[in-house]
Structures are given as C-alpha cells and as structure tokens.
Design a protein around this ligand. Structure first.
Ligand code: URA
Length: 199
C-alpha cells in the first residue's frame, strides 16, 4: 500500500474567502466562544508584504478588522510614510484570530491551534516579505525565543520568504524612543521591495 503523506495545510481551501468561512466557524480553543467576530486579516490578496501581529484587541473584535485603534493609526503611518506603499496593498493579520480576554497574550495552545490558518494564508498570498510585529509574532513564525530587541535588524527565513522582526506599534506608543529603530526596519523593507522590482 502506498502511503501518501499530507500536510494539514493541504486540507484547507486555497482560496482566502473560503478559508475565512472555515475560520469563522472555528471552535478549536475556548476563546472562540467569547468572540464577537474573528479577525481573519485584510489587504491585497497578492500582497508582496504580509504584516503579522499578535491578536485582535477589543475594537478589532467589534469590527472584525485588524489594527483599527490607535496602534492601527501608527501602523498605517509606518506602512505609508516609511515603507511607501498603501495600507490596502499589504496584507495584515495576527497569530490568532480571536481576541484573548483582557488583551492577555495568546496561550500556547491557542496559538498552536490557530497557526495553520495563518500558514495557509501565507501559502496562498505568497508574499516576498513577512514583517513580524512584536515578540509573539516572531516567536511563532520563527520558532525562536529571541527577544525582539535582539532579533530586529536581522533578516530571517520563513519557508523561503524573508522574515523581518520589528517592534509592535503598541510598544512604540509606550516607548517613542524606539521609533527610530522601527523606522530603520521599515526602510530595510522598502529597499528589499525595491530590489526585487529592479531585478
Ligand atoms: N494589536 C494586534 O496585535 N493586532 C491587532 O489586530 C490589533 C492590535
């Protein structure tokens, strides 16, 4: 008998809208029962850049969209003013799709249950660059416990895609002195995107 090895991602549809419908019915972890909306992700389906943060907050849970609050305003400025592309042309999502209670960090079980959805989103979109915002995003996509302070400034690899860690906008709002380094990370992304167009 021939045994065909299949990856869990092969069981998901290769279409973002269909995948979102599956995630909307997901109850693989307890926080799914408390959500108002899933926050699946939004942006260009052919985005060259995917931005991955941690988890939806209260406003995002209300509206079903990522980064709609104050940190969202800052993220939009980082994308549009520093990287120089429109927010709607990048794809923005999170490690987990439901809001953790009281905005606590996602638990490992929650992240591990949710991660295949994000992996499939990345497989469908095929970006050139993944920007990880904050240590939780970096930890799960790079399988690493390096702090964001140590990791940033370097380029990592996720299945052949350049993975760039940087500070979470909420951290930047609390620590404005880190904005200079964050700006440098955004300029690195800008130059990498320009290089691939020039090739
Ligand atoms: N913070 C996150 O990590 N993700 C969001 O979508 C919004 C705020």
């Amino acid at each position: 008998m021939q045994i065909i090895e299949r990856n869990i991602l092969d069981y998901f549809p290769s279409d973002l809208e269909l995948l979102e419908k599956i995630v909307a019915k997901c109850h693989l972890c307890d926080i799914s029962y408390q959500r108002k909306h899933i926050v699946f992700g939004e942006g260009g389906n052919n985005a060259r850049l995917i931005i991955i943060a941690e988890a939806p907050g209260a406003r995002e849970d209300e509206l079903g969209k990522p980064f709609v609050g104050r940190s969202g305003e800052l993220l939009t400025k980082m994308i549009e003013n520093a990287i120089g592309i429109k927010r709607e042309d990048v794809y923005i999502s999170n490690i987990i799709k439901c809001r953790p209670p009281n905005n606590r960090n996602p638990l490992n079980d929650e992240a591990m249950a949710c991660l295949p959805y994000l992996e499939k989103q990345i497989e469908i979109i095929k970006p050139e660059i993944i920007l990880c915002l904050g240590s939780i995003s970096f930890h799960y996509l790079n399988n690493s416990t390096l702090s964001i302070t140590k990791a940033r400034g370097n380029i990592f690899d996720y299945k052949g895609i350049k993975l760039i860690p940087s500070f979470h906008p909420s951290y930047l709002l609390r620590n404005p002195s880190a904005k200079k380094k964050s700006y440098r990370d955004m300029l690195l992304i800008k130059s990498l995107l320009k290089d691939t167009i020039a090739q």
